[in-house]
Write a protein that binds this ligand. Structure first.
Ligand code: TRP
Length: 340
């Protein structure tokens, strides 16, 4: 069976990233790895969400523009195959902007303010009372992204779950109003491993916290990051018993070392005492170096030919334009928008 004959029965996936910096190991564990697998079984769209990125980067549009290419390089380097996954650029999909405007009428300001993701991000960005209106409203834009592609499944980190919930609220309101299912509800697909902590032991790996290992990191940067990784602060002598929980080196071994049984033994040994941090760090470093080397190699090769990458984005965006415009037409029709 060719992929063409399979295509109509495949469930649709839409997910995306704000292009504000290179992707890192946290993204890899949280979503990139599963996207590489899901492209085999689903019709997958990846959205470079540059319009959404502008909602908190309007002062630095350059950064957003430059990172469209960087994130696309990360996608391709980890094994996203443009023949299987459609990679597309949000700012070139006007139907999504129109759906956003429509959806804003099906959500209240109070509901937007109560969205846990938004609340947390407002805090983290220190907006205080000066919240850009576009930022407060981006859940409606994300709802447009998801429904514009009629996505059934949205693979995202758990921090994004409230956005899928809010999307489904908008979907239900519209479907209820028009008395039929114009738009499908979407299910969040949260990775089992959850969030990867930063190398400093903080809850989340994030570029802005300076605790991230980018996929494009040099071997020296990988080594440096592993060497300064947070372990058990009370494990002073090799002979001391050590704590595994909250020990970032073990968290990373769990995430990346495929020799699960060996890691289990190392944990035992560490708890008993007699196992030094350096032994573990060297092991983790070699696991990460082996994993990142082919990614880095592919990334460097692709980076030499940005035109090739732009052509992929252009092609994907053209495809997505048709899909999202069709959804917009259906929503307008269903709501009974004026027609000449
Ligand atoms: N909000 C997501 C993030 O910050 C990016 C994103 C934009 C997205 N549109 C989306 C994710 C649609 C899933 C579906 O990473």
């Amino acid at each position: 069976m060719t992929s063409e004959t399979q295509a109509p029965t495949r469930k649709v996936i839409l997910t995306g990233d704000r292009p504000t910096g290179q992707l890192h190991l946290g993204h890899y564990v949280g979503s990139l790895k599963s996207r590489v697998a899901l492209q085999e079984t689903h019709k997958q769209y990846l959205l470079l969400a540059d319009t959404q990125a502008m909602t908190d980067n309007a002062h630095d549009p350059d950064k957003v523009r430059r990172n469209v290419l960087e994130v696309a390089l990360d996608y391709l380097a980890v094994g996203i195959d443009p023949a299987k996954t459609t990679i597309t650029v949000q700012s070139h999909l006007p139907a999504l902007a129109e759906l956003t405007l429509m959806y804003l009428n099906f959500v209240t300001v109070a509901r937007l303010e109560r969205n846990p993701t938004i609340k947390e991000e407002i805090q983290a960005r220190g907006f205080g009372r000066d919240i850009p209106a576009g930022f407060l409203c981006y859940p409606a834009s994300q709802a447009a992204d998801i429904t514009g592609f009629k996505a059934h499944v949205v693979p995202v980190g758990e921090d994004q779950a409230p956005l899928i919930e809010q999307t489904n609220e908008i979907v239900r309101r519209i479907n209820h109003q028009v008395g039929r299912e114009v738009l499908p509800e979407a299910a969040a697909l949260i990775p089992r491993f959850g969030r990867l902590p930063g190398v400093d032991g903080k809850a989340k790996m994030s570029k802005s916290q300076g605790n991230a290992i980018p996929l494009a990191a040099t071997p020296e940067q990988v080594k440096e990051a592993v060497m300064r990784m947070y372990t058990d602060p009370n494990h002073l002598k090799v002979s001391d018993p050590g704590q595994v929980e909250g020990n970032v080196v073990f968290t990373y071994l769990d995430a990346f070392d495929e020799a699960v049984d060996e890691v289990a033994e190392l944990k035992e040994h560490y708890r008993r005492g007699g196992l030094g941090d350096m032994v573990l760090k060297r092991r983790l470093e070699s696991v990460l170096q082996a994993m990142l080397a082919p990614i880095r190699e592919r990334r460097e090769a692709l980076a030499k030919d940005p035109q090739y990458v732009f052509d992929i984005l252009k092609h994907g965006t053209e495809q997505a334009r048709g899909v999202t415009q069709a959804t917009l037409d259906e929503v307008r029709e269903a709501l009974g928008t004026f027609r000449f």
